[in-house]
Design a protein around this ligand. Sequence first.
Ligand SMILES: NC(=O)c1ccc[n+]([C@@H]2O[C@H](COP(=O)([O-])OP(=O)(O)OC[C@H]3O[C@@H](n4cnc5c(N)ncnc54)[C@H](O)[C@@H]3O)[C@@H](O)[C@H]2O)c1
Length: 332
Amino acid sequence: MKKPSVYVTRMIPAACLDALRAHCEVDVNPDDRALTPDELMQHVRGRDAIISLLTDRIDGAVLDAAGPQCRIVANYAVGFNNFDLAAATERNVILTNTPGVLDDATATLTFTLLLATARRITESERFVRQGKWEGWAPMAFVGLDVDRQTLGIAGLGRIGKNVARKAAAFDMKIIYSDVRRDPDFEAAVNATYVDKATLLAESDFLTLHVPLLPETKHYIGAAELRQMKKTAVLINASRGPVVDEAALVQALRDKTIWGAGLDVFENEPALAPGLAELDNVVIVPHIASATTETRLKMGEIAVRNILNVLQGGQPDTCVNPDVLRQPVGAGA
Ligand SMILES: NC(=O)c1ccc[n+]([C@@H]2O[C@H](COP(=O)([O-])OP(=O)(O)OC[C@H]3O[C@@H](n4cnc5c(N)ncnc54)[C@H](O)[C@@H]3O)[C@@H](O)[C@H]2O)c1
């Protein structure tokens, strides 16, 4: 019997591809770059399943290009704002993500950004490398304390909770805002549920862990930045458009807030004009889940979902569950 055909839009760990190749014909984008939308349309044609990245927009046009035999698109990410959920459900295509396995890595990177920003790590490292250091100085690179400060968390989901647990090591006071309350977790880490205005006004460090949705686009803009403390630090390891990056550049320039640590950007890989010139921002290139173990586990979930579905079973982590209630073969 002919093996099903799977397309992988960019290289993922070899062990994951081997597991897939045991049951499927697999083609992988050979170039170490994201596909253009046109290339994506060409390469998905006739595939039974696709492993996509957060940089691949999976909409009705792409699914139509793939064809009606395509059963599943497995995102190699927990965030799935690159998916058109309705278009996939309409076409009876299952969409999946990789929740849970990247919580530790993402929360650790969040804390890395928080500490690096507070203690001016990248700025002072640049200074040393540039040969400018002339010895210990009482007023040089004075930063912020982290211990016992107030950590504000926007979006207390899997990653937000992991960050909250890590903050306990610094004896931080935790406040959070979310569309849902979690009283059990509040009790476990001594966190306080607050409204957005209080979150903005009281956080010494504000970290964002909401998904990118129409209602979270520019969750932080010029008005919100003005409501924050002048000594506050903003951390974003969620999705770039959650922050109005141009407004953030202005706020960092004007010292409306003290600093920022960013893993994600509004128009990746481009940065808002002026951002890279600022010393009070720590910038890394969307690496929150980039550890060997985590990337392997993300691939394992994507592969398991694909094999389950192609063998007539259910995926573990479906993000458009309505599709599972439709009979196989329904949809266009
Ligand atoms: N930088 C990276 O590489 C990286 C890695 C992993 C995840 N992420 C991002 O982090 C996000 C969160 O991941 P997660 O696994 O914790 O997701 P999750 O679904 O477990 O948590 C999201 C939380 O945000 C809350 N929320 C939703 N809409 C909200 C709103 N309008 N206002 C306030 N709260 C709201 C939800 O109720 C939930 O508690 C992902 O969607 C993804 O975009 C980024």
